[in-house]
Design a protein around this ligand. Sequence first.
Ligand SMILES: [Zn+2]
Length: 69
Amino acid sequence: MAEKNKITSEKKANKKKQKGVFSLYKIENDKISRLRPTCERCGSGYFMANHKDRYTCGHCGFTRYKQIK
Ligand SMILES: [Zn+2]
Protein backbone atom coordinates (compact mmCIF):
# COMPACT_ATOMS: atom_id res chain seq x y z
CA MET A 1 0.00 0.00 0.00
CA ALA A 2 2.83 2.34 0.86
CA GLU A 3 4.42 1.96 -2.58
CA LYS A 4 1.15 2.62 -4.34
CA ASN A 5 0.77 5.87 -2.48
CA LYS A 6 4.25 6.92 -3.51
CA ILE A 7 3.48 6.47 -7.20
CA THR A 8 0.32 8.51 -6.88
CA SER A 9 2.11 11.39 -5.23
CA GLU A 10 4.80 11.39 -7.92
CA LYS A 11 2.19 11.63 -10.63
CA LYS A 12 0.68 14.62 -8.91
CA ALA A 13 4.08 16.31 -8.75
CA ASN A 14 4.57 15.87 -12.47
CA LYS A 15 1.22 17.41 -13.18
CA LYS A 16 2.25 20.55 -11.34
CA LYS A 17 5.28 20.94 -13.57
CA GLN A 18 3.16 21.39 -16.69
CA LYS A 19 3.76 24.67 -18.41
CA GLY A 20 0.96 27.16 -18.32
CA VAL A 21 0.45 30.40 -20.11
CA PHE A 22 0.88 32.16 -16.78
CA SER A 23 4.56 31.36 -16.74
CA LEU A 24 4.94 33.66 -19.73
CA TYR A 25 3.83 36.66 -17.76
CA LYS A 26 5.54 38.46 -14.95
CA ILE A 27 3.70 40.85 -12.72
CA GLU A 28 5.69 43.73 -11.32
CA ASN A 29 4.22 46.70 -9.51
CA ASP A 30 0.74 46.02 -10.91
CA LYS A 31 2.20 45.94 -14.40
CA ILE A 32 2.15 42.84 -16.54
CA SER A 33 5.28 42.30 -18.53
CA ARG A 34 5.73 39.54 -21.07
CA LEU A 35 8.74 37.32 -20.70
CA ARG A 36 8.65 36.23 -24.32
CA PRO A 37 8.37 38.25 -27.48
CA THR A 38 5.16 38.00 -29.41
CA CYS A 39 4.81 37.22 -33.09
CA GLU A 40 4.92 40.19 -35.42
CA ARG A 41 2.72 38.45 -37.93
CA CYS A 42 0.11 36.83 -35.70
CA GLY A 43 -0.23 39.63 -33.17
CA SER A 44 0.19 40.08 -29.46
CA GLY A 45 -1.69 36.90 -28.53
CA TYR A 46 0.92 34.59 -30.00
CA PHE A 47 4.09 34.01 -28.07
CA MET A 48 7.26 32.97 -29.75
CA ALA A 49 9.27 29.99 -28.60
CA ASN A 50 12.59 30.78 -27.02
CA HIS A 51 15.53 29.08 -28.65
CA LYS A 52 19.24 29.42 -28.09
CA ASP A 53 19.83 31.87 -30.90
CA ARG A 54 16.36 32.72 -32.16
CA TYR A 55 12.67 33.01 -31.44
CA THR A 56 10.15 31.13 -33.51
CA CYS A 57 6.40 31.35 -33.79
CA GLY A 58 4.70 27.98 -33.62
CA HIS A 59 1.65 29.40 -35.34
CA CYS A 60 3.05 30.76 -38.61
CA GLY A 61 6.66 29.61 -38.44
CA PHE A 62 8.07 33.12 -38.29
CA THR A 63 11.66 33.14 -37.03
CA ARG A 64 13.44 36.09 -35.52
CA TYR A 65 17.10 35.74 -34.74
CA LYS A 66 18.44 37.16 -31.53
CA GLN A 67 20.73 40.08 -31.90
CA ILE A 68 24.22 39.19 -30.77
CA LYS A 69 26.12 42.07 -29.33
ZN1 LIG B 1 3.18 33.87 -35.97
